[in-house]
Design a protein around this ligand. Sequence first.
Ligand code: GLU
Length: 367
Amino acid sequence: MIKKFKKIVIKIGSNSIVDPKLKKIKTKWLERLCRDVAQIHKTSKIVVVCSGAIALGSKSISKSALRKLEDKQAAASIGQIELAYQWRTKLKKHRIKVSQILLTLEDSETRRRFLNARNTISSLHNRSIIPIINENDTVATEEIKYGDNDKLAARVAQMIGADLLILLSDVDGLYNNNPKKVRDAKKISEVFKINRKIENLAKSQTSELGSGGMTTKIVAAKICSDNGCTTVITNSNKKNPISSIKRDNSTFFYPSTSTNSSKKKWLLNHLNPIGSFIVDGGAKNAILKNKSLLPAGIIDIQGNFKKGDVIAILIKSGTKIALGISAYDYNDAKKIIGKNSSEISKILGFEGQDEVVHKDNLVKFSA
Ligand code: GLU
């Protein structure tokens, strides 16, 4: 059933590819997976998002668990080269070429870089090369980090217009109860809408392994769903982890039907807003009616943002109601908030846009 999908992102967690005790590649498993990938590669374009750099490199740094950020980064730089080598040699046996792409959060959250990375992947795909992607852990610090490859994989899926994201995991999928605690917990085969109930189920099933667990998998599935892409969570520990995927042994999350433009879809799932605008009741109502955000409706602003940055729009209680691209930097925005748009040019000394966030650059969250 996987063959019907034409662009597939396969995300592999550290515990699937690296033996957690020996800190070594699970060679047999990777060879099996590569056989499977080679089959799918005949009919679909593939991107692999693969974790494991830190786990692999850590054995060269210390015997005990790494705590300091710089030690994890050092481990990543050692492990990444090994990871890339493994992919290269294992897929070479199937005459498939690979490339390595290391992304930072900015690469998907700044629209220009997002589009650039998309072009690179498209150029590789046109040559039948499989990109192997990981987070650039050696430069990513806590504040500017995806932190888990589930979200990274979802943003990559969105970037390339994938129709399927496969999250290979240590569980079969999402259950209607915590399978480790409730004996007759049943696996859910299909999710048509990711709502609060699904998010809460995921919270109760976040495993100790990996950095994300079920919660980040649901965040990833939501990003994909908003972008017309199906997500499947499935157990990596099977003979043919990809081609054996079916509803019986996995959980499928289907795309929602959204009419948003691709720019708005990108905005909707932005992972790292640089600042916030706190708005009054009038502005809130205008935003909910898909209108622009004017300076008059903004009560306060926060964050050292520049023109073009993505900003969270909140009401006074702190609830986030929308995301938007600011037409002004912090200093200029600070001067015009609460003011009428007709006063902008007088206050700033240049002819600025009437709206702080134009409606084309704004997405509201559904209630
Ligand atoms: N990028 C990290 C690594 O390669 C893994 C992040 C994750 O566990 O999702 O070690």
